[in-house]
Design a protein around this ligand. Structure first.
Ligand code: HEM
Length: 152
């Protein structure tokens, strides 16, 4: 069982690294680098980038959810330390925000790019940017909460 816990934690952290690392790269590296491009180039590029990245995030979310649920059960389920419940709560909020980005906002970017409606596309990409910042902050708080659980 010890190895099952280690394997689950390994996959859990891999999922977290893909999700948080991808958001850091998109927000702090790709976004500023594309800033000067014309919307005709920038928005189709964002659509292509998001289409791929969101598949990776969906996979990471699945892995984090399954391994996190397993780990939580191993650490006492309902009786686990409060930071673990806080992590689960924050994690689920992050996943709901991702769901809104993927299924609510991303289709707007797709439609705008297909219709070459650049102002609409730019607005939708701006919404993704704001929600990614929210998820980045929540992600950092969640990692802090996870570490806090060690001292309890
Ligand atoms: C449904 C959501 C989640 C559940 C149920 C969950 C549950 C757990 C559990 C039970 C552990 C083991 C704690 C330990 O080994 O002491 C853990 C570890 C960890 N989780 Fe989560 N987690 C979730 C989401 C997240 C998210 C979204 C993040 C980061 C953004 C995250 C970051 C971490 C980290 C960094 C650890 C390692 C903590 C350590 O070993 O010190 N978790 N998680």
């Amino acid at each position: 069982m010890t190895h099952a816990i280690e394997a689950a934690l390994f996959l859990h952290l891999l999922g977290v690294a893909v999700w948080i690392g991808g958001m850091v790269f998109a927000h702090f590296c790709l976004r500023p680098a594309l800033g000067d491009l014309a919307p005709q180039l920038r928005l189709p590029l964002w659509e292509a980038v998001f289409a791929r990245f969101f598949n990776w995030v969906a996979g990471a979310v699945l892995v984090i959810l399954i391994t996190g649920g397993f780990l939580l059960a191993q650490y006492g389920g309902a009786h686990a330390a409060w930071p673990l419940h806080a992590m689960a709560g924050l994690g689920i909020v992050m996943m709901l925000i991702f769901g809104h980005i993927r299924f609510g906002v991303f289709p707007r970017i797709r439609r705008a790019v297909q219709a070459q409606n650049w102002p609409d596309g730019a607005r939708a990409v701006g919404t993704v940017r704001r929600l990614v910042v929210v998820n980045l902050v929540l992600g950092v708080v969640t990692i802090g909460t996870a570490v806090l659980s060690r001292g309890i």
